[in-house]
Structures are given as structure tokens and as C-alpha cells.
Design a protein around this ligand. Structure first.
Ligand SMILES: [Zn+2]
Length: 297
């Protein structure tokens, strides 16, 4: 990041994007246009705890945009929860099993959380609980109800960590998740390393992976701002690729992206793993970083 707060030298790829298959607002059909608007021609769909059901292969080409099938999996690691990014996903029974368990827990937890909110507010919420369900849907329903809470206040007062209606999800262990991801993904990395309470422990976990996210857009957890050079040093010492992506939950893609070296590593890994790869050419670009981003699973 330079003095003007711009992220520099990113290539035309966005390796961290959410859709309506989890808690994003972008549909799969809208991805090519959003990618073109964002100036990227390679997009990894990394929905929370879910492989997008509309992607039929690890790599697809749609309207000139290469879409890489991925996943972002939350796991328990050394006493905290961290997010792992898997790329070039092949559907295996082990992956389907772990996803099924997580989704069942999400649905059950969603039901209990809605019920807790409804009795706390003494009002009914209009919300559908389905696969991929998470707290943003609860917050939106609270916002749209007659209760005097908007989306942010719902998190602050009702369903955020430590709030009266908050319920913790059950997630797989780091070891179990790695075992599954290693057999189902071409490439595995740690998402946003500076977002966790114990950054050292999270980075230690990343040393067992292929990659670590270096370029991500939101403050204040931006890697450069927190600890300039640290991720580069860790990546160099452990032969990790440096990932980059917008972590978009809306329609804005291409806000942050990886260097060309990471795309080369990823391409090689996906190609070997799936016997399938076609990548559009990437172009260097830079962009302003957006406002704060909050993680709500
Ligand atoms: Zn994400």
C-alpha cells in the first residue's frame, strides 16, 4: 500500500468472493459482469462453508471470465477460529460430509437464534432458514421488522459475540479440515491473517498450507498497515504464495488481488490437480481501498 492508501501492483484476479450461496449478494449469473466492471478476468468463488452448487467444475469459463471453484472454511485452530481458503475444488465424499455437518449446524443454530431474537424482541421475524444461513440474514430480518434495531445494531446488541441471542457455531478442527481440503482442493491458504485474536498462532497454521492472504482490502486489518513486511517474510521462509482478494460480500470485485507469481502457482496447482485450466491474461492495476469490512458468519 502506498502513502495515498492505494493497493499497488495487483493483477487482474480476485481470489476471494462470496455469493448468494452463502452471505454475499452477488448471484453466480452476475459474476462475469461484476468481474468486468472490477477489471478482473479470474474470480475465485469462495463461499462460506459451501461449494457453489451452480459451478459444475473446478474451473469454468463464462463470458470471458475464468471462474475458479473454491471454498472458505472456518475451523478451530489452536483455540481460535480461522478461515481457510480452498481453490480448484473437486467434490469428494469427505468434503461433502464435512459441509453437510456444518450446514446442518448452521440451520439448527439459525433456528435457535431466530427463536431467541423473537422472544427477546417479542416480535416475529420474516426469514427463511436454508443452506448457507448465517447471522447477516438474522440481522436483515431484524432490520426489516418493527423492532427498533437496524442491521448494525442487531449485531451490536442482539446477535454479536457475547450478546444475549448469540450462539456459537460448531466448526471442524484445523487438522480434520486440512485433511479434507488437501484431498479435495488444489491449493489451500489462510484468509486474512491479521483478523484473528492470536495472529502469531494463525500465521503458524499458515506455514502448513500452500498460501497466505496478503492483499485484502479492509481496514484496520490490512496486512501492510499492521505489520509491514511480515507476511512477505513468512511467505518467503515457508514457500507460501501470497493470495489476494476483495472478500466481496457485495457486487464490488477487483478491490484487491494477488501478484502474478501467486496466479502462476495457483494455475500450476489447479492444472496438476484437475487436469483442467484455462486462464485469461491478467493485467496490472491499482485501486483505492474501501471502508471497513466486518466479518459476520
Ligand atoms: Zn470471506
Amino acid at each position: 500500500m502506498n502513502d495515498e492508501g492505494e493497493i499497488e501492483c495487483h493483477e487482474g484476479a480476485d481470489l476471494h468472493v462470496h455469493t448468494t450461496a452463502s452471505d454475499g449478494t452477488l448471484t453466480l449469473d452476475e459474476v462475469p459482469a461484476a468481474a468486468q466492471t472490477g477489471g478482473v478476468d479470474l474470480v475465485a468463488i469462495t463461499d462460506h462453508d459451501r461449494v457453489h452448487p451452480g459451478l459444475s467444475a473446478p474451473v469454468t469459463q463464462v463470458d470471458g471470465v475464468t471462474i475458479l471453484r473454491g471454498i472458505e472454511l472456518r475451523v478451530d485452530a489452536r483455540g481460535q477460529r480461522i478461515d481457510l481458503l480452498g481453490y480448484g475444488v473437486k467434490k469428494t465424499q469427505a468434503l461433502e460430509n464435512i459441509i453437510e455437518e456444518i450446514q446442518q449446524n448452521r440451520i439448527e443454530r439459525g433456528r435457535r437464534m431466530i427463536s431467541a431474537v423473537e422472544s427477546e424482541l417479542n416480535t416475529a421475524l420474516d426469514v427463511t432458514i436454508k443452506e448457507g444461513f448465517g447471522r447477516p440474514a438474522v440481522a436483515r430480518a431484524i432490520d426489516e421488522s418493527t423492532a427498533p434495531y437496524d442491521y448494525s445494531q442487531a449485531f451490536e446488541d442482539l446477535i454479536g459475540h457475547g450478546c444475549p441471542c448469540y450462539l456459537k457455531r460448531e466448526v471442524p478442527s484445523f487438522a480434520d479440515a486440512i485433511s479434507v481440503l488437501r484431498s479435495s482442493c488444489a491449493f489451500v491458504g489462510l484468509a486474512h491473517p491479521f483478523r484473528y485474536p492470536d495472529v502469531d498462532a494463525a500465521i503458524q497454521c499458515a506455514t502448513k498450507l500452500d498460501a497466505i492472504e496478503r492483499y485484502y482490502s479492509y481496514r484496520p486489518q490490512n496486512a501492510s498497515k499492521n505489520d509491514p513486511g511480515r507476511i512477505e517474510t513468512v511467505a518467503d521462509a515457508n514457500n507460501l504464495s501470497m493470495l489476494g482478494g476483495s472478500d466481496a460480500h457485495d457486487r464490488t470485485l477487483g478491490v484487491a488481488g494477488p501478484p502474478l507469481s501467486a496466479i502462476t502457482d495457483l494455475t500450476r496447482a489447479v492444472s496438476t490437480f484437475t487436469d483442467q485450466w484455462s486462464i485469461a491474461s491478467c493485467t496490472s492495476r491499482s485501486t483505492d481501498i474501501p471502508s471497513d469490512h466486518t466479518d459476520y458468519d
